[in-house]
Design a protein around this ligand. Sequence first.
Ligand code: PCA
Length: 219
Amino acid sequence: MHTESFIALVTGFEPFGGSTLNPSQVIVEALAETPELGGACELRTALLPVDTATIGPTIDVLWEKHTPDTVLHFGESAKAEHLTLERVALNLLDFDTPDNAGRRLVDKPIDPAGPAARFVTLPARAIRGGLAEQGVEARLSLSAGAYLCNQALYLSLAHAERLGGRSVGFVHVPVLAEQAERGERAGPGMPRDQLLDAARRLVRLAVELHGDQRSGSDR
Ligand code: PCA
């Protein structure tokens, strides 16, 4: 019997803003090493640049190459204390922290012809519920900011819109305790093992719940 395999793409970001590592990169590397998602799911991983000019082409290539069913973008947030599931991406670039190419942008649209915002197609609320059942606290958020994480989500959701039937979402994660210990970020930060365990559970739930989506009702 031929079964179409289900493709999950998980991305993280390179370090930025004076840190030597990014917790989302650590997640992607750990998942690539031991995917353990089970079933017919194929895991693909990638690292995204913190560069507002090259991130779009990078995302285009990933969609072209993998045609994923589910996409989970992970990124660091100094403000997050728990895994935070974003629900909306805005058509806006507005940031003080320069990207890794040294650019700072104010009040610029990501796509002048695009909609003002896009909702995630990932069942964020159901995933949060599934995590809670496993004893992992997560939050829902209405703003992914106006920096590179928001840009990645907005652009990826355009591909989801074009193809249909894809669940795409963004998860902001806290900084790592080791970043705080090195003085690269304010503490306390999350221990690496705790972050990796929570991220792995979240990816598994996203894959399991993919088929359960009711359009728009579960964000
Ligand atoms: N966090 C930034 C960009 C890269 C990352 O990991 C953000 O929240 O936009």
